[in-house]
Design a protein around this ligand. Structure first.
Ligand code: GCB
Length: 609
């Protein structure tokens, strides 16, 4: 298997990028007629001529924008449409349409012609549309987006039909708690490349004993028949040229040496964490120079793990982390650059050096932020909390799970911030064929990327779980004093210490606590500490810190991840009061009392290194 990088739509001297973000026309299918739009060919003429439309912003989830619960709880297809102009000057180029993500399933038409279909939320897809466009004229794009989750979707869900007061209703059920927000969640771009263009630019790095960086690059062009040359330049952070290489056709790969390389370090392990270089590829043919130019940033660092440690640039790392969500008021899971900027500012303020992309791939923009800030990412695919009704894993689910991981690795493999792949969150790893299933998923992930360790966050007990055996690093989620022994602060420390030890003793692998926490309503105070109060959250964390300090001395425990960075919206349920309140920050990104305590711990831990 060979998976390589999917290029982000950066502009350059040879590439134009136009955003299709903004207001689109929008329509929802009726519950009892989900396929109406397809049957009546809504994409073949202006959407508003076929059906009543409203306006909706892209990117955003559609659920919380209007105040009618029909949008919020909608199950099935919704339709998006807008117009855009394509300049005549583009007719000599190739033109691409690219979606950052659409949740869950997307079908796309340009001027009524079907161009692409994609399943999985949270992952980008693109298609060449040159032959579908009318140059120098107005064009129309129509998108069908279907949020239905089934027994073989990633993540899983199931839909049931029930009788409501006004007719039949569809209920989307799922076992994970975060709200199943849907829509065109990330930016839509239309961009050009020359007819002969750079399709992929892949970078692998290593550092030798003398401190020189080795950058192994590979440039893949769409054109194989004519002679092609590539010049590759590497620039430092200030955009001064540090090295270059010229490669003639036949391979288009090479290794560039960077003398005394500046390494990529996580936050607080270096005075300048997240150091990034830029690689520039310039494609030429016999008669024409620089027909295509593409640049992207990369970092130089090494990764290594043993049965007790995880090392970056040969230094052991201890993770001071969070589980997070892409979630905010009103826009749901829509890409939100102000929010991203605020989150990274808070991560630095609190002294964190890592987060896990719970429970799906986060935006490409957030991965770029993580690279720049030196925040390590445990990159999780969308496989979360397998279906409650499932007895055993199916081949079809496995294939979809693999595709989801494949697309994720394809997208993220060149980010220095990505230090681990998480292949699942809280799977039913006790199922009869879980051993087979997880060995397959792990093997596939390793084939695609042997350079990073793999993990999964396990909530099954050590005696029932059949997945840990296939991982490089064992992560466990446990809610002592919350889901078990609620309120019993005196039943945390020993349980955490004992459980972590047992995982290590059984598998001889490094261990992470990947989730712990308790719901906390900001402003609610009671002494002595009582569940849901700020006092309780502080006590609960303190008791975990005691456990972590004992474990850190034993050498195999490599990280602690709070659940959660911020409060987030969930499906409706009697255990949630307007969402999951386990955040250290509110949904609006303001601190709860716990934030100061965690901050002093994370900075103390950082200083110890
Ligand atoms: C978990 C899940 C996470 C939930 C959390 C909770 O174990 O991994 O997605 O949000 O528990 O608060 O219930």
């Amino acid at each position: 298997v060979r998976i390589t990088g999917l290029l982000y739509p950066f502009e350059s001297e040879t590439r134009e990028v136009v955003s299709l973000d903004g207001m689109w026309d929008f329509a929802r299918s009726d519950t009892d007629k989900p396929s109406e739009g397809l049957q009546e060919l809504w994409f073949s003429k202006d959407l508003w001529r076929s059906v009543n439309t409203t306006n909706i912003p892209v990117p955003s989830s559609f659920n919380d924008l209007d105040v009618f619960e029909k949008s919020r709880d909608h199950v099935g297809p919704v339709w998006y449409e807008r117009k855009f102009f394509v300049p005549l000057s583009w007719s000599a180029q190739s033109v691409w349409l690219r979606f950052g993500s659409v949740h869950y399933e997307a079908r796309v038409w340009i001027n009524g012609d079907f161009v692409v279909q994609h399943t999985f939320g949270h992952l980008p897809f693109e298609v060449e549309v040159t032959n579908r466009l009318i140059f120098g004229k107005e064009n129309r794009i129509t998108v069908l987006c279907d949020n239905s989750l089934t027994s073989v979707s990633i993540p899983q869900g199931n839909i049931v039909e029930a009788h409501g007061d006004y007719g039949n209703v569809l209920l989307q059920q799922y076992d994970f708690d975060f709200f199943n927000y849907a829509g065109i969640h990330r930016s839509v771009h239309i961009y050009t490349t020359p007819k002969t263009y750079i399709k992929e630019l892949n970078v692998d790095t290593s550092v030798d004993d003398d401190g020189h960086g080795h950058v192994t690059f590979e440039v893949i062009s769409n054109e194989r028949s004519i002679t092609i040359f590539v010049k590759v330049n590497i620039y430092d952070k200030d955009m001064s040229l540090v090295a270059s290489q010229f490669v003639a056709d036949g391979g288009m790969r090479g290794v560039i040496l960077i003398n005394n390389v500046r390494k990529w370090w996580p936050y607080l392990m270096d005075a300048d964490p997240g150091y990034l270089y830029t690689i520039e590829a310039r494609l030429s043919t016999e008669g024409q120079e620089d027909i295509d130019i593409y640049r992207k940033k990369f970092g130089v660092r090494t990764l290594r793990w043993t049965d007790r440690e995880f090392l970056i640039n040969e230094k052991p790392v201890y993770f001071r982390g969070f589980g997070k969500h892409e979630d905010s008021d009103i826009r749901g899971k829509g890409l939100d650059l102000p929010l991203l900027t605020r989150d990274f500012s808070l991560l630095r303020w609190i002294g964190a050096n890592a987060y896990r992309t719970t429970h799906y791939p986060y935006s490409e923009e957030s991965m770029q932020f993580a690279d720049e800030h030196g925040i390590m990412i445990i990159d999780e695919c969308s496989f979360v909390q397998t279906n409650i009704n499932m007895e055993s894993y199916t081949e079809e689910l496995l294939q979809n799970h693999k595709s989801n991981l494949g697309e994720l690795i394809h997208r993220d493999r060149d980010h220095p911030s990505v230090v681990m792949w998480s292949i699942a969150n809280e799977p039913r790893s006790e199922a009869s064929n879980a051993d087979w299933y997880f060995s397959e998923v792990a093997r596939y992930t390793k084939q695609l990327d042997p350079s990073r360790p793999i993990t999964a966050s396990i909530d099954r007990s050590l005696d029932r779980d059949k997945s840990a055996n296939h991982l490089d690093i064992v992560s466990f989620n446990r809610y002592n004093a919350w889901y078990s022994n609620a309120g019993r602060l005196d039943m945390i420390t020993n349980n955490v210490v004992n459980e972590a030890r047992r995982w290590h003793e059984k598998f001889t692998k490094p261990v992470i606590m990947s989730e712990y926490g308790g719901d906390t309503l900001e402003g609610l105070h009671l002494l002595p500490a009582f569940i849901w109060t700020e006092e309780f959250q502080m006590e609960l964390f303190s008791r975990h810190f005691e456990a972590f300090d004992i474990l850190r001395n034993e050498g195999f425990f490599i990280g602690e991840f709070v659940w959660n960075f911020a409060d987030f919206q969930t499906k409706q349920g009697i255990t949630r009061l307007n969402g999951n309140k386990k955040g250290v920050f509110t949904r609006n990104r303001q601190p709860k009392a716990i934030a100061q305590l965690l901050r002093s711990r994370y900075f103390d831990l950082a200083m110890e290194i």
